[in-house]
Design a protein around this ligand. Structure first.
Ligand SMILES: Nc1ncnc2c1ncn2[C@@H]1O[C@H](COP(=O)(O)OP(=O)(O)OP(=O)(O)O)[C@@H](O)[C@H]1O
Ligand SMILES: Nc1nc(=O)c2ncn([C@H]3C[C@H](O)[C@@H](CO)O3)c2[nH]1
Length: 213
């Protein structure tokens, strides 16, 4: 089966993807963050680097998807279906032009069309980790990537607020595959083994309902 994780920045996607991969004995495809040559530049100067970052992520995401969709069992850390959310926000904030927006959308549509020709066409399940804005901020701070920290940067805090605010509607309208919402505020699947078992059971139950386990 192919499971994709979704959720705002710092929601816990990578952490849950790792645990889920171990639980289901599958490979995990992580988001391209560690060797990303554009991400820190984007946080320093979103106007200059927004379009390049969107293209970078889209390309890396598509690369992972192509590999993951060829295998039977995989977990993907963040879905390609969230990329447009970031793009649209960048457009609203004046960081990408209308021409860039249109070119990107066309490219994304082309790529999604390619997926229709692959052995597996879409995820079997999307797992959305829902967290409050306060939790999002505290997780970003706890993880400590320097360029993501908001100290003395009200504009970055506002950007996070916007990203967080877009997710509920995004999740409601998502209809590409079955979907499951996890309460990432209440459930500490990182530090509490009982909570982790609780999340894994919720996902197992969903997979059983879908005849995938
Ligand atoms: N449910 C949870 N309970 C407690 N801590 C958590 C939980 N989920 C994640 N964390 C912690 O929050 C931080 C961010 O988690 P993680 O990197 O998994 O988020 P992410 O959704 O992959 O973020 P990004 O979108 O930036 O890639 C990490 O320090 C992680 O240990
Ligand atoms: N602008 C922008 N567009 C994307 O498509 C996108 N995907 C991820 N990210 C940022 C969020 C985290 O800082 C970090 C890890 O998720 O990368 C993105 N940022």
């Amino acid at each position: 089966m192919l499971i994709v994780l979704a959720g705002t920045i710092g929601a816990g996607k990578s952490s849950l993807a790792k645990a889920l991969g171990e639980h289901l004995q599958t490979d995990v495809f992580y988001e391209a963050v560690d060797n990303n040559p554009v991400l820190d530049l984007y946080y320093q100067d979103p106007k200059k680097y927004a379009f390049l970052l969107q293209i970078y992520f889209l390309n890396k995401r598509f690369e992972s998807i192509k590999m993951a969709y060829r295998e039977d069992n995989n977990v993907l850390d963040r879905s390609i279906f969230e990329d447009e959310l970031f793009l649209t926000l960048n457009y609203k904030n004046g960081n990408v032009t209308k021409t860039e927006l249109d070119i990107y959308k066309e490219l994304l549509a082309n790529m999604l069309e390619e997926l229709e020709g692959m052995p597996k066409k879409r995820p079997d399940l999307l797992v959305y980790i829902d967290v409050s804005f306060d939790t999002m901020l505290s997780r970003i701070s706890q993880r400590g990537r320097s360029f993501e920290q908001i100290d003395g940067q009200p504009a970055l805090r506002e950007y996070y607020h916007q990203v967080h605010g877009e997710y509920p509607d995004w999740f409601n309208q998502y209809d590409v595959s079955p979907k499951l919402r996890i309460d990432g505020d209440r459930i500490d699947f990182v530090n509490n083994p009982e909570d982790l078992n609780d999340v894994l059971s919720q996902i197992d139950n969903e997979l059983k309902k879908l005849d995938l386990l």
